[in-house]
Every structure is written in structure tokens, then in C-alpha cells.
Design a protein around this ligand. Structure first.
Ligand SMILES: Nc1ncnc2c1ncn2[C@@H]1O[C@H](COP(=O)(O)OP(=O)(O)OP(=O)(O)O)[C@@H](O)[C@H]1O
Ligand SMILES: [Mg+2]
Length: 266
């Protein structure tokens, strides 16, 4: 089914364009992009996830076969493929993906010589964003030109932070990049929220990290903590969001709760 025939949950509201970002690897960006989107889809929101990481974890996590794609985000960025035509269905109703494959790794270098190289992604996303309630951009773990494109395309940032030692390390660097982009290229950019991932209620470390992040970010930190949960790590290998793979698991319940908080925030 084409995304065009699916109705938005609230067509009058401005579309949220949110980059899921943290240059630290493995903190739960893709897991959050997949499962938060799916949970929002369940709540009748129409969602687009732009996979903007050459690893393509969000693409494969939704069970999309990379070999069978006619075009991906790389073709859209650099070879004038139509973004509307690259949009794929996912197993979750109302949730769609612009997929990524390893091709995207080349974009980091090829974009350098492109016109308005920092705003190529924005130009493409803006063509179809109005068709969705939420657009998420799943960022790669780096602060290169791809990430700058995501920071220019987004209206706000969702920062997943893993409940681990040195959780805030690197986040100050991310905030610096955000400020740089804000002052030169995207003056309205703001933080949508911070989500704590892989929380383990049995450890004092997890609790300390949450406290530390709350001291730093205040109310920007979502109250919902995403627990460490095996179902969340198993679901991608089945090509399903956890809401479908294991709907009653702790991980699924947590992302459903997070989705409600996200909707309340905007
Ligand atoms: N809450 C969780 N409980 C258990 N495992 C998790 C949880 N969140 C993420 N994981 C697992 O941790 C690993 C890293 O998660 P994920 O791929 O979402 O991070 P990422 O920030 O997108 O990584 P990258 O920076 O490489 O893109 C994955 O194997 C994922 O399945
Ligand atoms: Mg990822």
C-alpha cells in the first residue's frame, strides 16, 4: 500500500521532524527509531523513519530486504531518485521507511562537492514531510556531513543515552555541534527529549546515570526509562518491531509508554 493512501492521525498539526542522534555507537538509536515509531503507529499516528545510517539497521529491523530495493536514501540524496518512490511499507500499519544500504557510506565523501551540501537531506524530506505526523531520522554514530545534514533537516533532536559509565561523555560534543548548526544553518533547532536506554533497575549504576542525566537535562529527560530487555535485541532478527514480536514484553510496554509521552510533548 502506498503511504499516500494512509491518513494522518492529526493532519492539522505541524509535522515533527526529529533526528534520533548520539554520536556514541550502540546506545539504542535504531532500537528507539524502530520501536518508538511502531508504538506511535499503534496509536494511530502516521510515521516516516528515514534510515540515515549506512549500517541500515532500521531498514533490516523492519524486515526490509535490502537486495530487493529499487532505490534507497543514497539514490535520493545523490542521484535524484524520487524520495516518494523510495518509501517502503513496514510490518506496522501507518509506519513507513526510507531505507538505507551500505551505499550511503559513499555519501559522506560525495556530498562534499555537492551544492548546498549541508541541506540536501532537508530539501528531500521537506517534499513529503507534510504527509506524516512524525518523521524520525535514524543517525549514524558520527558527527560527519551525514549527521550535519540530519541536524539541518530536523526541527528537534531525540537523544538516546545508555545507562552506562561515561553516559554523558560525547553528549557535550553533540550539543556543541547542535549549537554550531543552530547558529549558521537551522536557527530553530531544539532538543525534543532525552531517552534513557538499557536501564537495569537492579543496579545502582543505572540509577546514578539517570540522576546525572536528569541533573544535566532536567525536564527534557523522558520519565519513561527503557529497560534492558532481551526481546528488544531479538526483534530485529525477525524483521519486526517489538510491539509485534513480543507485545507484552517489558521493552514493548516501555516504548508504548514513551510514545504516549512523546505525543503529549508534541
Ligand atoms: N533496551 C535494550 N535492551 C536490550 N538490548 C538493547 C536495548 N536497546 C538496544 N539494544 C541492543 O543493543 C545494540 C545496540 O542498539 P542499537 O543498534 O539500537 O544502537 P545504535 O545507537 O543505533 O547503534 P549504532 O550507533 O551502531 O547505530 C543492538 O544489538 C540492540 O539490539
Ligand atoms: Mg543505529
Amino acid at each position: 500500500m502506498s503511504y499516500k493512501s494512509v491518513k494522518r492521525g492529526n493532519p492539522k498539526k505541524e509535522t515533527q521532524i526529529i533526528a534520533v542522534i548520539n554520536q556514541k555507537g550502540g546506545v539504542g538509536k535504531s532500537t528507539t527509531a524502530i520501536n518508538l515509531s511502531a508504538a506511535l503507529g499503534e496509536l494511530k499516528k502516521k510515521v516516516l523513519v528515514v534510515d540515515f545510517d549506512p549500517q541500515g539497521n532500521t531498514t533490516s529491523g523492519f524486515g526490509i530486504e535490502k537486495e530487493e530495493l529499487e532505490s534507497d536514501i543514497y539514490d535520493v540524496l545523490l542521484h535524484d531518485a524520487d524520495i516518494a518512490e523510495s518509501v517502503c511499507e513496514t510490518p506496522q500499519k501507518r509506519v513507513f521507511v526510507v531505507p538505507a544500504t551500505i551505499q550511503l557510506a559513499g555519501a559522506e565523501i560525495e556530498l562534499v562537492s555537492a551544492m548546498a551540501r549541508e541541506s540536501v537531506l532537508k530539501e528531500k524530506i521537506d517534499k513529503i514531510a507534510d504527509d506524516f505526523d512524525y518523521v524520525f531520522i535514524d543517525c549514524p554514530p558520527s558527527l560527519g556531513l551525514l549527521t550535519v545534514n540530519a541536524l539541518v533537516a530536523a526541527k528537534s533532536l531525540l537523544i538516546p543515552i545508555q545507562c552506562e559509565y561515561y553516559a554523558l561523555e560525547g553528549v557535550t560534543k553533540l550539543i556543541e555541534s547542535m549549537k554550531m548548526v543552530k547558529s549558521r544553518l537551522n536557527s530553530n533547532l531544539e532538543i525534543f527529549g532525552v531517552v534513557m536506554t538499557m536501564f537495569d533497575s537492579r543496579t545502582t549504576l543505572s540509577k546514578q546515570v539517570v540522576e546525572e542525566v536528569e541533573n544535566y537535562f532536567g525536564n527534557l529527560m523522558f520519565k519513561t526509562l527503557i529497560p534492558r530487555n532481551i526481546k528488544l535485541s531479538e526483534a530485529p532478527s525477525h524483521g519486526l518491531p517489538v510491539t509485534m514480536y513480543a507485545p507484552s514484553s517489558k521493552g514493548s510496554v516501555a516504548y508504548a509508554k514513551l510514545a504516549k509521552e512523546v505525543i503529549r510533548r508534541g
